[in-house]
Structure formats: C-alpha cells, structure tokens
Design a protein around this ligand. Structure first.
Ligand code: 0L1
Ligand code: MG
Length: 255
C-alpha cells in the first residue's frame, strides 16, 4: 500500500532543502487521489512550521502543457506566504532546485468561492486582478515527472511575485503578455492561452478546491496559470512581465 505520509515527508523535505529527488513513478505511480492526499499532507507540515496558506495556483492550464504531460484537466497546488517574493526583489537561486519563471494573471478574491460556479459568479467574487510571475520548481530530477509525481510535489509551486492590482472589471480576455529577460522579449503570448480565458481557470479552481473539501476564501490569491512556456532562471537575469492594461511585474535573479 502507498504510504502517503512518507511521500508527503519526502516532497516537503525536498522543497524545504532545495534538494532533488527521484520520481515516485520510477517505482510505483501515484493515483491522482493519492497524489492530492500527499500534497495536502505535505502542506500540513509547512503550516505546522508557521507558514500561512495565502491562496492556490492552477497548473497545466494551456493545451500545449496538458498534451505535454498527457492529461486532460488542469491541476492545482497551494500557495503559502513563504513562497511570496516582493515585486522588484532579488530572488536567490539557493532556495530552489532548478527554477523556471512563467507569466501569469493573478486574481484576488473578495468573497468565498467553491463548487460548480459560472464564469459570472466567479468574476463577482474577484476583488482585483494583477500581472504575476510564477516561479515553478519541480523537485524531481531533470524536471521530469508524471502527473501523480507533480501533483504530490504541490504542482511545482515554489514562488510567486504579484504586480499592481487593477480593477476586477478590467477585460482580461485577450491581453498581450511579454516576458522579457534583461530587456529582451523572450516569450510573447496572450491571456487567452490560459484555457481560452483566465476566468475559466478560476471556475476550475472553485471546482477543484471543493473536491478537496476546501474553498477559495476572501483575500486568497489565485494564480490562473502560465500563458507561455517557462524560462529557466539564471543568476543575473532581470525578469520582467508586461501585461497589456495591467502593467508590469519584475524581479531579479541573484546567486
Ligand atoms: O504552473 C504550471 O503550469 C506548472 C505545473 C506543473 C508542471 C511543470 O512544473 O511544468
Ligand atoms: Mg504556473
């Protein structure tokens, strides 16, 4: 029988010490239920150390990434206060194994949301919208995993930076997004790459947290998912995301 609590301890320790681990699927693949149970238990370990849950991230929200990993639904992970990096900060690589950065849209919730909701109901629960950068860092060797591995590893969630909040009524259907490194555009995409419209990611978030017996709470941040491929982080990079209408968000990569 799969030892969920042992798996939770392994992924938690790997994230805490920025140490890579072999994939569980090398020996025995985890079911989705087992993987989410391991993720939840690993987060309990962080909460017990004093970290606070501040929201969730949605992953594999682009068709290209779903095909790459061989799944037909999005995945999710939990965000804690310790994962947040300040806008404009220098982020140390020493906290991560082999981090990558990807351009996202963030929602700030003003009301609880959970279960089967419409896009309209989801948007009515949003206080504000911001450009965001997610730092994903799979703890598995060579950034390789199957779906159970990645879910157990908190869906590669490891860091995030949020820009200025804009009014929730801002039309985010098809916003140009440019991810630049040291002033040079490296990835160009649109918010429409996030499930066709980022609000669909919020609708999926409400459905998925409900399945875990949880809810999105007022004050929660929801990262809607990457709009382009992620870029490996290297010391010395100045990372900037510019999102049409929403503005910019940036950080620097230190040793
Ligand atoms: O945020 C994401 O879409 C990443 C989810 C996990 C897959 C990966 O680490 O690339
Ligand atoms: Mg992401």
């Amino acid at each position: 029988m799969t030892d969920i609590s042992a798996i939770a301890e392994i992924v938690d320790r790997a994230a805490m010490t920025a140490t890579e681990i072999p994939q569980f699927s090398d020996t025995e693949a985890l079911s989705m239920d087992e993987a989410y149970a391991a993720q939840a238990l690993s987060l309990q370990r962080r909460y017990a150390r004093g970290e606070k849950r501040v929201g969730i991230k949605m992953g594999l929200t682009s068709r290209a990434k779903m095909v790459q990993v061989g799944v037909s639904d999005v995945i999710w992970g939990r965000l804690t206060d310790a994962m947040r990096e300040e806008e404009g900060a220098t982020v140390s690589l020493s906290k991560y194994v082999h981090p990558r950065v990807e351009p996202e849209i963030a929602f700030l919730m003003k009301k609880p949301l959970s279960g089967k909701v419409s896009a309209l109901e989801a948007m009515e629960a949003v206080a504000a919208i911001a450009p965001a950068l997610e730092i994903i860092d799979s703890r598995y060797k060579a950034f390789k995993f199957d779906i159970g591995d990645v879910i157990a590893d908190n869906s590669s969630s490891s860091g995030f930076v949020i820009g200025q909040w804009s009014d929730a009524s801002t039309d985010i259907a098809n916003l140009g997004m440019v991810l630049a490194i040291n002033g040079e555009a490296r990835e160009i995409g649109s918010s429409a790459a996030i499930l066709g419209h980022p609000v669909r990611s919020l609708v999926a978030a409400a459905r998925m947290v409900a399945a875990a017996g949880e809810e999105l709470k007022a004050g929660d941040i929801v990262l809607a998912g990457g709009a382009t491929a992620a870029i490996p982080m290297v010391a010395g990079q100045a990372v900037t995301l510019e999102v049409e209408r929403l503005g910019t968000v940036a950080f620097n990569v230190g040793e």
